[in-house]
Write a protein that binds this ligand. Structure first.
Ligand code: FAD
Length: 411
């Protein structure tokens, strides 16, 4: 295998978020494992792309950064290249490229390193999990695999009840697939929804023909030949199916940190590991930054506790902030209002959440009709710390105004 040395010290991003134009004395290298020519954002994957509303390979509507735009900003792009290890003393990254069939290695020296390695889906760890047609939803390739299975009348089991699993479940049902969502807990998305909220949302799903099995643990995937044919639950029941989609969460990619001395920690809300940064996305190692899903940042709204925010607004903003730090531009400390949303256009159904949860929310509105409801969370001092609107056939953008109230900590 050849190893080439890339001559110029780079500002190196394993995968960038939002980058300002590079100053003339700086080169930026953007390393990307995927063959997809341009980076894309993921929210559309399970909202519109899965339903064929936007098309590959352009992925229009998926907030793509075009290759020409990257070049105009003098950002070198390496597709099909994986950062496989880092020599932390020499400050060099070893890249392995498989673009043209043969594996090739290159070494890139860096002055600044941005770890934007994101997160990977947590794999289902039960016997039979490696059978064919056991699918995940992270990349365009993953969604293409799911789309191939989306034939009316086929039977799918979706394992997991977070928003990605729920969006996939809805998309499958919209395509006429017999869909069952299996969750271990007593409700959907328990980190965000209390029982009443979940009941409302379950009703929307069941009204559209999705079956929901709660308090069920998957113990095995059974198959005949190569492919999965059933999901075995604790207690012995088997749900027959033609394919399975697993959506049980994701975990930060931190493989490159070995021997780095870069501090890692655990998210105060979920206990999941991540790379610890300060409010400017600096790690404890000079010139090394972490952004997006991979990082844990001190969140003012959470009393300075370390928080992981697995959402796209955070990915964009953290990338911007880290870039400004590297460029020596003035900036204020990161003080976000975390944001989550989900929608199923075909059902006119959507919810939007700003802030953080804290204990039981106060629910306002009618949980039994389509106008939906608001949920408000208050912190220990009685200040508003989280707000959510969920509705059918109502414009959920209304809640965008709540962001300001959450920021102000309205009493
Ligand atoms: C299906 C889906 C739907 C979503 N919907 C929403 C939504 O509706 N709203 C919302 O707010 N958020 C949503 N999210 C979450 C949001 O997409 C993520 O928070 C965001 O993508 C995080 O961006 P990131 O750049 O930190 O990480 P990622 O998007 O995970 O990107 C990391 C990139 O780094 C690359 N990489 C990792 N290691 C290496 C290496 N060693 N060498 C080279 N490259 C490497 C990976 O291949 C990947 O391309 C969704 C996510 C998914 C998967």
């Amino acid at each position: 295998m050849q190893t080439q040395k890339i001559p110029t010290p780079y500002t190196l991003h394993p995968a960038p978020c939002t980058l300002p134009p590079a100053p003339t004395d700086c080169r930026i290298l953007f390393v990307r494992i995927s063959q997809q020519a341009v980076p894309y954002e993921r929210p559309a994957l399970t909202k519109s792309y899965i339903k064929g509303k936007v098309q590959s390979p352009k992925l229009g509507g998926m907030h793509c950064v075009q290759l020409e735009e990257l070049m105009r900003r003098r950002i070198d792009v390496k597709l099909c290249s994986k950062a496989i290890s880092i020599d932390w003393e020499k400050r060099e990254v070893l890249l392995q490229s498989t673009r043209f069939g043969d594996a090739m290695e290159e070494v890139a020296a860096f002055k600044h390193l941005v770890l934007a390695t994101g997160s990977s889906p947590i794999m289902l760890d039960v016997p039979g999990a490696s059978l064919g047609n056991v699918l995940y939803a992270k990349t365009v390739v993953d969604i293409d695999r799911i789309k191939k299975q989306m034939v009316p009348g086929k039977r799918a089991v979706v394992v997991g009840g977070g928003y990605i699993a729920m969006e996939v479940g809805a998309a499958l049902r919209c395509a006429g697939v017999e869909t069952t969502i299996v969750v271990r807990g007593d409700r959907l998305n328990p980190r965000l929804f209390n029982r009443n909220m979940s009941t409302f949302i379950e009703q929307v799903y069941t009204d559209h023909g999705v079956k929901i099995q709660k308090e069920r643990t998957v113990v095995e995937l059974v198959g005949s030949g190569k492919n999965v044919t059933g999901v075995k639950l604790e207690g012995g029941a088997v749900l027959d199916c033609d394919f399975v989609v697993v959506g049980i969460g994701s975990a930060a990619n931190m493989d490159l940190l070995e021997g780095s001395g870069v501090e890692t920690g655990a998210c105060s809300a979920t206990g999941k590991p991540g790379i610890v940064v300060d409010e400017y996305f600096r790690t404890n190692v000079e010139g090394v930054y972490a952004v997006g899903d991979a990082c844990l940042f001190p969140c003012k709204k959470a009393g300075g506790k370390l928080v992981q925010d697995l959402h796209v607004l955070h990915a964009r903003e953290s990338g911007r902030k880290a870039a400004r730090v590297i460029l020596g531009k003035p900036l204020t400390p990161y003080d976000p209002i975390p944001h989550q949303y989900s929608s199923v256009d075909e059902w006119g159904f959507a919810w939007r959440f700003w802030g953080l949860t804290s204990g039981e929310p106060i629910l306002i509105g009618n949980m039994t009709n389509d106008d939906g409801w608001y949920a408000l969370w208050f912190d220990q001092e009685g200040k508003l710390c989280g707000a959510m609107h969920c509705a059918v056939d109502v414009e959920v953008r209304f809640l965008a105004g709540a962001r300001g109230h959450v920021r102000a900590g309205a009493g």
